[in-house]
Write a protein that binds this ligand. Structure first.
Ligand SMILES: [Zn+2]
Length: 159
């Protein structure tokens, strides 16, 4: 594979990216947080950050894993957007996180469990498929659903 090729363009590469988000979610569960993780990679496929949901710790209902990862990634690369970057998230983004991804300029969104899976696990505040937001973005956003879905569902203790 040449340097210009991005591992995340392959199924195996995307599974690897999801494992970073899964690891973050598992750390969050051990720390008593809700079972969600997210990771952001550069356009070239390098990991910038992996974070878990911190709502319970921060007493902040907006501290979803994706929002937290976006905030931190921008700080780490010292830019106000993440144009072209990849978002990996263990669960399909909620409307808030999907919108944040659009504002951040993310162009690739990879998720494991679906909003229906989250609903099955009792996380059912707002059931809107993320497609409904991504499809309205003026940027082309490629969505990869069901990546390591079984492992991501297991975070919710679902079979
Ligand atoms: Zn969210």
């Amino acid at each position: 594979m040449s340097a210009s090729e991005n591992m995340l363009q392959t199924e195996e590469g995307r599974a690897g990216g999801m494992r970073a988000a899964l690891d973050a979610a598992r750390h969050g569960i051990l720390a008593g947080q809700a079972p969600f993780g997210a990771a952001i990679f550069t356009e070239q496929g390098e990991l910038i950050v992996a974070e878990h949901n911190q709502v319970r710790k921060m007493l902040d209902p907006t501290a979803h894993a994706e929002v937290f990862a976006i905030r931190l990634a921008c700080r780490l690369i010292d830019r106000q957007t993440l144009t072209g970057c990849w978002l990996f998230t263990t669960c399909e983004p909620c409307p808030m996180c999907a919108t944040a991804a659009v504002f951040a300029g993310l162009r690739h969104v990879v998720y494991g469990a679906s909003v229906e899976d989250a609903q099955e696990a009792g996380f059912s505040e707002l059931q809107l498929p993320s497609r409904q937001i991504f499809d309205r973005s003026s940027d082309e956003i490629t969505v990869y659903p069901n990546v390591l879905r079984q492992e991501c569902r297991a975070l919710f203790n679902l079979p």
